[in-house]
Ligand binder design. Structure first.
Ligand SMILES: Cc1cc2nc3c(=O)[nH]c(=O)nc-3n(C[C@H](O)[C@H](O)[C@H](O)COP(=O)(O)O)c2cc1C
Length: 226
């Protein structure tokens, strides 16, 4: 008799445990629902107010007699800026100084060296219209004395960069960024820095088609497709 009672209790216990187990089995379904709403949330930026999320290519570039390219009417960085704007559909803005730099290469290097020594902030002409509408700024410049031209520092310090992403690009005698770009958030305060690209100015000027695939590959890595 005792054996029958024990067996009945055992069967009852097993039934209760199975019932609890099937209750737990319902839980992942509820979790899946939460995951769906999280992914729904991730599409929220598309609902940003009109005018937000625009891309700007702001660049400094010099015409005249330049390193290894002779006299140029469109600066090397300007050529690169146009490539970026073409692929991304961005607006462009040329950073210009009130006082222009000498057309002669050597003279220009001297003026630039003095400005760098003085940590100067050359006065700029013109302001980016509707700055607040841009959330990504490609910032381009030639390398001057292993640094950015001082006018680019003036530019960075002239705007509010909160919530903006800055993506540097440059041209120089080499095919690289110099590392100075890691300092950008110190001057473009509040900006988030993303991976930049440096190209050889002479090649950009004289063989643009040979550098375009590199530019497009870099842009693609940043999420921009032609
Ligand atoms: C004032 C000055 C300083 C320069 N200093 C450097 C340098 O330190 N390193 C370098 O690789 N190229 C240097 N260059 C070469 C330029 O970076 C290069 O020619 C660049 O592509 C010019 O771009 P732009 O035509 O847009 O002005 C210098 C050129 C100038 C005018």
């Amino acid at each position: 008799m005792k054996k029958i009672l024990l067996l009945a209790l055992l069967i009852l216990g097993t039934m209760l445990l199975t019932a609890c187990g099937s209750d737990n089995a319902q839980k992942p379904a509820a979790d899946t629902k939460t995951a769906v709403s999280a992914s729904e949330k991730s599409s929220a930026p598309k609902q940003q107010p009109a005018g937000k999320g625009k891309v700007l290519v702001a660049y400094f570039s010099r015409t005249g007699d330049n390193y290894q390219v002779g006299y140029i009417k469109k600066g090397n960085t300007h050529v690169m800026a146009d490539m970026i704007a073409e692929t991304t559909g961005a607006d462009t803005f040329e950073i210009k100084t009130v006082k222009s730099y000498p057309e002669d290469y050597r003279e220009c290097t001297e003026v630039a060296a003095k400005e760098r020594e003085d940590n100067a902030r050359p006065e700029l002409s013109g302001k980016v219209p509707n700055w607040q509408d841009y959330d990504t700024v490609f910032l381009g410049y030639p390398i001057w004395w292993s640094d950015m031209p001082m006018a680019v520092y003036t530019f960075m310090e002239s705007y509010d960069w909160a919530d903006k992403t800055v993506i540097p690009f440059c041209t120089s005698a080499g095919d690289v960024l110099t590392g100075r770009e890691s300092d950008i958030p110190r001057f473009a305060k509040g900006a988030t820095l993303k991976e930049g690209l440096g190209l050889e100015g002479k090649r950009v000027q004289e063989q643009p088609d040979t550098v375009r695939p590199k530019v497009d590959k870099w842009l693609e890595s940043l999420g921009y497709k032609k």
